[in-house]
Design a binder for this molecule. Structure first.
Ligand code: AP5
Length: 221
């Protein structure tokens, strides 16, 4: 099964992907995480991406597409992937379809997490991420037990450099202009499921697993 998580910055894609990965055994592939890992490793791709990320702009399609295709060609992705933050443009969506089709695969579900803008900004402002294992927390909604320390691995929590209010606002504008049209695109394909992402994390997870046909029937569309 191949699944796309679609939604604005702060909608909860990464948070839900970490739960869905455990429930489904699918591999979580997050374009933003791959760029941040490339930056930590000091690669040319990481340095190039950083300039775009810090401005809240999208990294050019050809760089993202190449990186994702390389990642999903690895053996661990053969049984299916949860795509988080990719695709973000029509070009990326077409490239992904083309790549999967070459291996007899297709996007089975697109789960669209719908969250109002004011909630998104508060979530982004409160986000903390573990430097070591990448686990996502929130100082308002989902704090770690000890301040700035990861409950899972004891790693240090940090705030992403693109999580300032100014950059977050711009990321939202970029999302509305370039990524939101994909909702209509996937709706036309009949595989889009809309999920109310305002609810607490565990309820959103339930709705998503139900939408994937894994249990229950708590979907909205
Ligand atoms: P990326 O890393 O993909 O960021 P994003 O899409 O902007 O999404 P976020 O990570 O901000 O939000 P999320 O939906 O994952 O929310 P989260 O679960 O963390 O991209 C960063 C940059 O990389 C882009 O701006 C771009 O430059 C570049 N890039 C990446 N992919 C690209 C692509 N395909 N093409 C071009 N450029 C690309 O949750 C947010 C917070 O809310 C957390 O603190 C969490 O604990 C909390 N939270 C989550 N759910 C709930 C809930 N239900 N209730 C309360 N709190 C919640």
């Amino acid at each position: 099964m191949d699944v796309i998580l679609l939604g604005a910055p702060g909608a909860g894609k990464g948070t839900q992907a970490q739960y869905l990965e455990q429930h489904t055994g699918l591999v979580h592939v997050a374009s933003g995480d791959l760029f941040r890992a490339a930056l930590r490793q000091g690669t040319e791709l990481g340095m190039l991406a950083k300039a775009y990320m810090d401005r809240g702009e999208l990294v050019p399609d050809e760089l993202v597409i190449k990186m994702i295709i390389e990642r999903i060609s690895k053996a661990d992705c053969a049984q299916g992937v949860i795509f988080d933050g990719f695709p973000r443009t029509r070009e990326q969506a077409l490239a992904l379809e083309h790549e999967l089709a070459q291996h007899g695969r297709k996007i089975d579900y697109v789960l669209y997490l719908r969250v109002p803008d004011d909630v998104l900004l508060r979530r982004i402002a409160g986000r903390q991420t573990c430097k070591t294992c990448g686990y996502i927390y929130n100082i308002y909604y989902f704090p770690s037990k000890r301040p700035d320390v990861c409950d899972h691995c004891g790693g240090k929590l940090y705030q992403r450099s693109d999580d300032t209010l100014e950059t977050a606002r711009h990321r939202l504008q970029v999302y509305f202009a370039q990524t939101r049209p994909l909702i209509e695109y996937y709706n036309g394909h009949g595989n889009l499921r809309e999920i109310d992402g305002r609810r607490e994390i565990s309820l959103v997870t339930e709705a998503m697993t139900a939408a994937l046909g894994l249990h229950g029937s708590d979907t909205e569309k």
